[in-house]
Design a protein around this ligand. Structure first.
Ligand SMILES: [Zn+2]
Length: 227
């Protein structure tokens, strides 16, 4: 079964972001699991064409392997998030190991924004990580990584399910279909009156949501390591 929206998870992690509260037609695009030499540069070109800035949740190991792609992402004014060092599954990893994996990744992704791989994080891991990181899940999962769910299905899903404040997950991996659908999706969404923003832009400019984000930004990694 496929779950396009995270549903009940939102209630378990009240301080995490699943969707940004707004009535405006704003979308937040995120890419997970890269950077990848085949996919990332291709997607960056499309994003540049549409003048859209996004958030890449990079795996630490990939980031270390491809520092040139990290630079390219940052040079294009996108944002980088932490997606653990080895794509750790929080449910299957003990908490000490899991936190270590996130800290290790934070060295190469230099980030204060974190997304748990698979959306799986135990309450204890969440409690520790939220002191340092803004934790971001998603509102809409397009299944672009799923080879049995083709690009057309993913595109239709996006076209019909986007709503104000949606945080959308796609993937910059070699097997993802994101590169086949991104251009058309961005054209569609823009024609529908949506615009894209980077999450930090919105959160920092808002007092309500920005409070905890700003505090997270001020927290030091040293403090976190001592937890
Ligand atoms: Zn992932």
């Amino acid at each position: 079964m496929r779950f396009f929206r995270p549903g009940f998870l939102a209630g378990l992690y009240p301080e995490a972001k699943f969707r940004i509260k707004t009535t405006e037609k704003i979308l937040y695009l995120t890419f997970d699991d890269g950077p990848d030499p085949q996919s990332t540069p291709f997607l960056l070109e499309i994003l540049k064409k549409h003048s859209i800035r996004v958030l890449f949740f990079c795996i630490g190991e990939n980031a270390e392997e491809h520092p040139e792609l990290i630079n390219q992402i940052l040079n294009d004014s996108h944002e980088i998030g932490n997606h653990t060092y080895n794509h750790a599954d929080g449910w299957r990893t003990n908490s000490v190991k899991y936190i270590d994996d996130v800290i290790r990744a934070s060295k190469s992704t230099s980030s204060l924004i974190f997304r748990p791989p698979f959306g799986r994080i135990r309450p204890k891991q969440y409690r520790i990580l939220k002191r340092q990181f803004l934790i971001v899940f998603w509102d809409l999962m397009a299944y672009d990584f799923d080879s049995t769910f083709n690009a057309e299905n993913s595109l239709n899903l996006l076209k019909t399910k986007i709503r104000p404040g949606s945080i959308i997950v796609l993937h910059d991996t070699s097997s993802s279909t994101a590169r086949f659908l991104l251009d058309e999706f961005l054209t569609f969404a823009t024609e529908q009156g949506f615009r894209f923003e980077m999450m930090s832009q919105t959160l920092q400019s808002r007092e309500a949501g920005g409070g905890s984000y700003a505090r997270n930004n001020a927290a030091s990694v040293k403090t976190f390591s001592n937890q």
